[in-house]
Write a protein that binds this ligand. Structure first.
Ligand code: FAD
Ligand code: NAP
Ligand code: SF4
Length: 669
């Protein structure tokens, strides 16, 4: 008997059945627009279909040119494109799954100068003032949606998802925040929701009844002048009446200043919203956001919060999430580093914990014909990735680490409040070590001689990094500690602290020091902290933020650069880290020169002005240098070595690069 009976229960829509309750939510991968992209996309979806997903939704495809985010983005508006889409639908159907095409008109969130919206109100996150749509534009756009849905049907899709949330065009019509029209398409709520409802009716007329129609509704806008709860319920009922088969949940507009899916958001934080709407409609409802394990999905379904669970990033992290549910999955840690951050910087999407995601055709872990003897030194993410992929392919691998446990610096990262998902990555690597049967030698600071004596075919150094040593007066003062001392608990910082270095680790150490204990926020506490009204009594679900959390320490975060703090943090998460430190009154000083440390504190100049920070502790977070002490002796003994992760290049190193590099080397051995 499966431990996840609700998750594995088929969903009967009458004219068709979905094999389980897992929906792979819409993700733009960046492959859509590449010359050979549809073939790669077909391989991406095929692998997830083989992995057991019940229903998938493609990344957003625009119904017309002006609806695309960028001029080069995918549009489905005529027959010529149907053959390319068939590559995707056939690959999914051949592997037993079903797929919907998402139709997305980005409205004022388009980056094109010609962008359109219900009213000429510029968005805070895109560059151009939209043109107000004329009544003729509205009519032609409704028709474009219907044509697009009909072409999706011709392409072999099992249905379409109509994107009505996240602040895109349909959502822009529904709220006064962006719709200030006074004609039949604005003003009263009936008028504001007319546009999405007309689109749904027209599509249903065009495609017939045996085609899945899913609507993604914004249940919580999280912007000023957003919908009230009564309006959300009214729209959901009206959507159901148009013949929609499944109602999907959207939480928060892209411009909202409340995190909805990042790592510090508690798991399953938003299912209460779906549970509230489920009371008002009879069609199946889907819940979403920060659900990343089968157990969590099962719990939500058992509780009755939803009929189906949408997960997008977790299916990047593990294409076989469903098939491996019982044995243990590779868990999405909600870092956004290789998925959303890549997409928002124009790169092909991938995944920090699974470098094969969206690279299925080019990065393959083929079984080997003849096993080689391989030594991997260092069980940080680089070494773990390399050792487990190589052993999984059939090589004989010995993995050495001087530490008593695997994980390397991930063991420091997971001490930081909001980063405990790194525990999952370590759990999964432990599982892979056991599954592949590689030989793990912990508490073993390996020497070059041992490696030479071991007569390995390949020696791979994944020995990581060492904190950069600084040199200025007083750097040996007892007030000074490294981030390693602090995060490993060897040194407890005093009530006031200066942090030298404001990179990713400086920000994390600041967050760590603001807490007495590094506990994660509960859902209720999270909603209060960010100002989410869980009764949704107020428009958009916003209320005043709870400012009662007091920081455990006074913290200064210093950098030599004169630029804004946090520019090297993740594109989609940096603002959250900055905002949390600002709310805890962290003093962020830039253009700093470090003069000396003594009993009075840290002496600096800020833009040339001398200043003394009377702090109890000075924590050094000034970057790292590669640690590759074994390399020289091994080369001298005539051995060739491969360097990966921090041992290779320490600058701008992160776990994503470490894991990717380890996996790519192992795939080539
Ligand atoms: P390491 O993780 O440093 O591992 C090296 C390993 O080699 C260690 O286990 C060490 O014990 C072992 N070793 C060294 N010498 C020997 C020897 N002679 N014999 C045996 N074993 C040896 N990255 C992200 O992508 N996202 C984040 O959110 C993030 N947050 C972070 C937060 C903090 C507080 C810190 C400190 C780091 C964070 N990082 C993050 C960075 C990430 O952890 C590192 O980039 C990554 O761990 C580097 O991997 P690595 O395998 O190269 O080296
Ligand atoms: P980092 O991002 O390179 O930051 C180092 C900081 O130290 C910078 O603020 C730098 O700023 C300062 N610095 C450098 N040399 C210095 C010197 N000689 N004297 C004084 N200050 C100096 O490195 P990190 O913070 O150690 O992080 C390491 C890696 O881990 C990063 O590349 C990051 O990608 C990864 N990481 C990622 C996350 C994440 O959330 N994605 C979190 C933590 C870590 P100035 O030169 O302006 O002083
Ligand atoms: Fe999840 Fe991070 Fe992978 Fe994105 S990159 S899918 S957030 S683990």
């Amino acid at each position: 008997m499966t431990p996840y009976p609700h998750l594995f229960e088929p969903l009967d829509l009458g004219f068709t059945q979905i094999r389980n309750r897992v929906l792979m939510g819409s993700m733009h991968t960046g492959l859509e627009e590449l010359p050979e992209g549809m073939g790669r996309l077909a391989a991406f979806y095929a692998e997830r279909a083989r992995g057991g997903v019940g229903l998938m939704v493609t990344g957003g495809i625009a119904p017309n040119a002006v609806g695309a985010k960028l001029a080069r983005d995918a549009v489905l508006a005529d027959n010529d494109q149907v053959a390319q889409h068939r590559l995707v639908t056939e690959s999914v159907h051949d592997n037993g799954s079903k797929i919907l095409m998402q139709i997305l008109h980005t409205g004022r969130y388009s980056f094109q100068p010609e962008c359109v919206a219900p009213s000429p109100i510029k968005s805070p996150i895109t560059p151009h003032m939209p043109s107000e749509m004329s009544v003729a534009d509205i009519e032609s756009t409704i028709e474009d949606f219907a044509v697009c849905a009909s072409l999706a049907r011709d392409s072999g899709y099992d249905g379409v998802e109509i994107m009505g949330s996240e602040g895109y065009l349909l959502n822009e019509f529904t709220v006064e925040h962006t719709n200030q029209r006074r004609d039949d398409w604005g003003g009263s709520y009936e008028n504001r929701i007319r546009f999405p409802l007309e689109i749904l009716r027209r599509i249903r007329q065009r495609v017939g009844d045996d085609f899945i129609l899913m609507y993604r509704q914004s249940m919580l806008d999280l912007v000023e002048d957003g919908s009230t709860w009564d309006e959300v319920v009214q729209l959901a009922k009206a959507v159901e009446a148009t013949g929609v088969n499944i109602l999907n949940t959207g939480i928060g507009w892209h411009e909202a200043r409340i995190p909805t899916i990042a790592q510090m958001v508690p798991r399953a934080a938003w299912t209460w919203v779906t549970a509230k709407i489920r009371e008002h409609v009879d069609i199946p409802v889907v819940t979403t956001n920060r659900i990343n394990t089968p157990a969590m999905a099962e719990e939500i379904l058992t509780r009755g919060d939803a009929d189906m669970i949408s997960m997008a990033r977790p299916l990047l992290a593990d294409s076989h999430f469903v098939a491996k549910a019982a044995e243990g999955i590779n868990t999405c840690i909600a870092c956004n580093q290789a998925c959303l951050d890549f997409i928002f910087t124009g790169q092909v999407c991938s995944c920090l914990v699974n470098p094969r995601a969206c690279h299925e055709t080019e990065l393959q872990y083929q079984a080997v014909d003849s096993a080689r003897q391989i030594a991997v030194v260092g069980s940080g993410p680089a070494g773990l990735s390399c050792a487990t992929v190589a052993a999984g392919r059939g090589h004989q691998v010995a993995l050495y680490d001087a530490a008593p446990a695997i994980g390397g610096q991930l063991n420091l990262a997971r001490q930081v409040p909001g980063k405990d998902e790194f525990n999952e990555t370590i759990r999964y690597f432990n599982q892979q070590i056991e599954r592949t049967g590689l030989e793990l030698k912990l508490n073993h600071r390996v020497t070059a001689q041992e490696l030479v004596d071991g007569d390995y075919d390949h020696i791979i150094l994944a020995t990581g990094v060492t904190p950069r040593a600084l040199e200025f007066e007083g750097i040996d003062h007892p007030k000074v500690a490294s981030y390693v001392d602090i995060l490993e608990g060897r040194v407890t910082a005093g009530p006031s602290v200066a942090i030298i270095g404001a990179g990713g680790i400086g920000f994390d150490v600041a967050e760590f020091l603001l807490h007495e204990t590094p506990e994660e926020m509960e859902i209720g506490e999270f909603m209060a902290y960010w100002g989410v009204d869980i009764e949704v009594d107020r428009p958009g679900g916003l209320e005043d933020e709870d400012k009662s959390r007091r920081p455990a320490r006074e913290v200064y975060l210093l950098q030599r650069k004169a630029t804004k703090h946090g520019t090297t943090l993740g594109k989609t998460t940096g603002w959250i880290h900055r905002s949390m430190l600002q709310r805890a009154d962290v003093s962020m000083l830039a253009d700093v020169t470090y003069e000396r440390i003594d009993d009075d504190g840290l002496h600096i100049t800020v833009s040339g002005d001398p200043r003394t920070l009377e702090v109890d502790t000075v924590v050094i977070c000034a970057g790292q240098e590669p640690l590759r002490e074994l390399q020289e002796d091994l080369l001298a003994a005539g051995k060739s070595v491969d360097l990966i992760g921090g041992a290779d290049v320490a600058a701008e190193l992160d776990a994503r690069r470490a894991i990717d590099q380890g996996a790519r080397l192992a795939a080539a051995l």
